[in-house]
Design a protein around this ligand. Structure first.
Ligand code: LLP
Length: 384
């Protein structure tokens, strides 16, 4: 919900732009740190969700580590206050250049996803005269029950190492003297709202961790990834995810040995609700069986609805008219450029301001310049 004085300020700003409410961000950060802190759990923020420097600084200053998936993310994490000793680098296809950068910084862990990658890292580390701390990204075969594009922990997904490869991986590890096994890494998917899924994850992690321990590999870090979902239908009422119940699932079920530490990599849960995409209505057009509200933000600014058919709450900020139904679409030359069908909005006209809510995660970071469109701006609540 936006206060009238904020909406007045929005009127002066060229659209489309991302608006970040730093109060929501800071309360979310504070709550996640508090709830994780009860159990001594370490949080690594997944930069892919949002990598704006200002947001990164707020998160790093709260003591988070960083979860990165490219050399540029590793660089951005370090430039924005995450200590290299708390930076993880995951990803199924890392280039030699990116791996060298990670080794130069001496980051906390490179999460390896295949035997071939282990060999390459060993060779690069040897050439640089350093040791590489690595974690094994493991496919636990747990179904996240989320959209198929954001499910990552199943056998058919490209991510990680499968259990039948464990023996070969350990044999390889014994022969690669530049690698130090630091941890076991799991991430099963994103926007998970059924906590039962995390219970299944805990069971698999316990089995796998026990197996490695029996083989003489006690991993210091058990990293259970991210994935906690947010409430896209109630961005105001449920602006803070239920971190309490989430961490409690792990505290109840996960079995750690001795010095093992549990790590989490939340992305969406930290930043989704603080961001909204603010856009203007360009035209309203009657059509067969529907009525289009054509806005000046497009799928290039926020691709989630087009790519995952995901729901984002859409609000007309400047009309109090009678409710009508609109297909809210963007200007991009694709029929998929649609933010919502049959959306109930107060009577909407050219010039109205529209907010697309819960856009702080995987909004700006997934933007493109398709159709040579300019990238949306960004505006922070403490700057207007
Ligand atoms: N750790 C790893 C290894 C990941 O691959 C991801 C997300 C995360 C952590 C953070 O997950 P989160 O807490 O944000 O769920 N673009 C999609 C989401 C892709 C997620 C990719 N991996 C979307 O807009 O829904």
């Amino acid at each position: 919900m936006f206060k009238p004085e904020i909406i007045e300020k929005f009127r002066q700003i060229p659209t489309p732009f991302y608006y970040y409410d730093l109060d929501v961000l800071n309360v979310t950060i504070g709550r996640s740190v508090l709830e994780a802190g009860r159990y001594g759990y370490q949080l690594h923020y997944a930069l892919k969700a949002n990598s704006n420097p200002k947001i990164l600084k707020s998160i790093s200053s709260a003591g988070f580590g960083a979860d990165c998936v490219s050399g540029n993310e590793v660089q951005a994490a370090i430039e924005n206050g995450f200590p290299a000793s708390q930076v993880m680098f995951a990803g199924v296809g890392k280039t030699d250049h990116e791996l060298r950068l990670a080794l130069q910084y001496g980051i906390e862990s490179i999460n390896v996803e295949s035997i071939q990658e282990m060999e390459v890292i060993n060779e690069l580390a040897s050439g640089m005269g350093v040791k590489a701390r690595v974690s094994l990204r493991i496919i636990p075969n747990v179904d996240a029950h989320t959209h198929r594009h954001i499910t990552t922990g199943l056998e058919e997904n490209k991510f990680g190492i499968l259990p039948w490869q464990f023996d070969a991986v350990l044999e390889k590890l014994r022969s690669l003297h530049r690698l130090e096994l630091q941890g076991l890494h799991f991430h099963i998917g994103s926007q998970i709202t059924d906590l039962g899924v995390f219970k299944s994850l805990c069971e698999r992690v316990n089995e796998i961790n026990a197996w490695f321990t029996e083989q003489g590999y006690l991993a210091d870090i058990i990293n259970v990834g991210g994935g906690l979902g947010v409430d896209y239908s109630e961005p105001d009422k449920c602006s803070i995810p239920d971190f309490e119940s989430y961490f409690r699932v792990f505290s109840d079920l996960i079995e750690l040995e001795g010095r093992q530490k549990l790590h989490f990599e939340p992305g969406r849960a930290i930043v989704a609700q603080c961001g909204s995409l603010i856009t203007r209505v360009l035209f309203v057009k009657e059509a067969v069986n529907t009525r289009f509200a054509i806005i000046d933000a497009g799928m290039n600014d926020l691709i989630r609805p087009a790519l995952y058919q995901s729901y984002h709450k859409i609000e007309n900020l400047t009309s109090k008219g009678e409710k009508r139904k609109y297909d809210v679409v963007g200007p991009v030359c694709e029929s998929a450029d649609c933010f919502g069908k049959a959306v109930s909005l107060p009577e909407t006209k050219r010039g109205d301001l529209v907010a697309i809510r819960s856009a702080g995660a995987y909004g700006q970071t997934m933007a493109s310049r398709y159709n040579l469109r300019d990238l949306a701006g960004e505006v922070y609540s403490d700057e207007i």
